[in-house]
Write a protein that binds this ligand. Structure first.
Ligand code: FES
Ligand SMILES: [Fe+2]
Length: 340
């Protein structure tokens, strides 16, 4: 599937930028191959336009922000969050101050400390994360970086309990027992919830942040996959600590996904410093990235092209749901031309 060619994927919300990176300058981003620009409006909320001035096509992102409007660097036209031209500095008469059409605006909203963008009429709301509203949890921002891997590969990896013994032997995988834990899947209109219970190795910094000296521990996993490329995976440990990994594999273009990851933790900074929580997740994430960046990015939705095993069920369900989504919206799956 070539994500930039599937129009229906423009109808989902994606986390594109931590609000902490949105200061007093516009910030460019590429979403599904579309260049956009984000900035902070007067009330502090984020806004997004196509990164192209409707006057003479200069990119807006090198411009400035004035009075909550984005100002084109070429002739200084200013645009509001709905794309309307609010100021045309060259106009001699104030009433001639507005050309007919403005810049192209996109839906943009702040949630969980991130700016989210949807390029077309949304099919679903921004994913609901119940732990975000629970005062017992703290939030830790972890990663914001591009990976050369398809969103579907990254998502299925997040629900794949069969790679722990190989990819994660340096962190939590049990090298000599590759049998994956059984799992169940419960479907929802927004995606699915996978439940599983996996025995994992507890070593190094993991012992510190779990405050558990045992060599092994058990992860009770409730992984929530949100169409198309977002997950919130809740891990409950036997000693009552909960760690919820929230990851967007936001599609930049067909080859690249922006990893946007944060976590919710049920413990305190004194129990487990954020720095150590991040260090453990960095090691795990790095292991995944290394292998995922070797995979192909035109991921087939049909079942016949790659081989599968029973433990691949979550990834197969993702393919099935995405294929059904395309079919419902009258789209054929776009693929690279077959090699001769
Ligand atoms: S190109 Fe943007 S104001 Fe002229
Ligand atoms: Fe992994």
């Amino acid at each position: 599937m070539l994500v930039t060619r599937q129009k229906v994927l423009r109808r989902f919300w994606y986390p594109v930028l931590p609000m902490s990176r949105l200061g007093d300058r516009p910030v460019p981003f590429r979403l599904l191959g579309q260049d956009i620009v984000l900035w902070r409006t007067a009330d502090g909320s984020p806004a997004a336009l196509t990164d192209r001035c409707p006057h003479r096509s200069a990119t807006l992102s090198p411009g400035t922000v004035e009075d909550g409007a984005i100002v084109c660097p070429y002739h200084g036209w200013a645009f509001g969050r709905d794309g309307a031209c609010l100021r045309l500095p060259q106009a001699h008469e104030p009433e001639r101050n507005r050309p007919g059409r403005g810049a192209t605006a996109h839906r943009c909203a702040e949630r969980y400390g991130y700016a989210w963008v949807c390029l077309d009429e949304p099919l679903l709301d921004i994913p609901h994360i119940q732990e975000a509203e629970d005062p017992r949890f703290r939030q830790i921002h972890e990663f914001y970086e591009p990976w050369t891997a398809a969103g579907l590969r990254i998502m299925e990896n997040s629900f794949d309990t069969a790679h722990f013994s190989f990819v994660h032997r340096g962190t939590f995988g049990i090298p000599d027992d590759p049998r994956p834990a059984p799992s169940t899947i419960e479907h929802a209109h927004w995606g699915f919830t996978m439940r599983s219970e996996a025995v994992v190795v507890n070593q190094g910094v993991s012992k510190e942040i779990l405050r558990d000296t045992n060599e092994r521990t058990v992860r009770r996993i409730e992984g929530r996959w949100h169409l198309p490329f977002f997950r919130a995976s809740r891990i409950d440990y036997p000693n009552g600590i909960t760690h919820v990994l929230c990851t967007g594999a936001t599609p930049v273009d067909d080859r690249v996904s922006q990893i946007v990851q944060w976590v919710y933790r049920s413990d305190t900074e004194e129990d487990a410093p954020a720095e150590k929580v991040i260090a453990f997740d960095r090691a795990v994430t790095q292991e995944d990235q290394t292998v995922l960046e070797t995979t192909t990015w035109d991921v087939p939705l049909s079942m016949g092209e790659e081989l599968h095993m029973p433990a691949d069920k979550p990834g197969l369900e993702m393919r099935r749901r995405l294929a059904a989504l395309l079919a419902q919206h009258g789209e054929a799956e776009a693929r690279l031309p077959a090699m001769a």
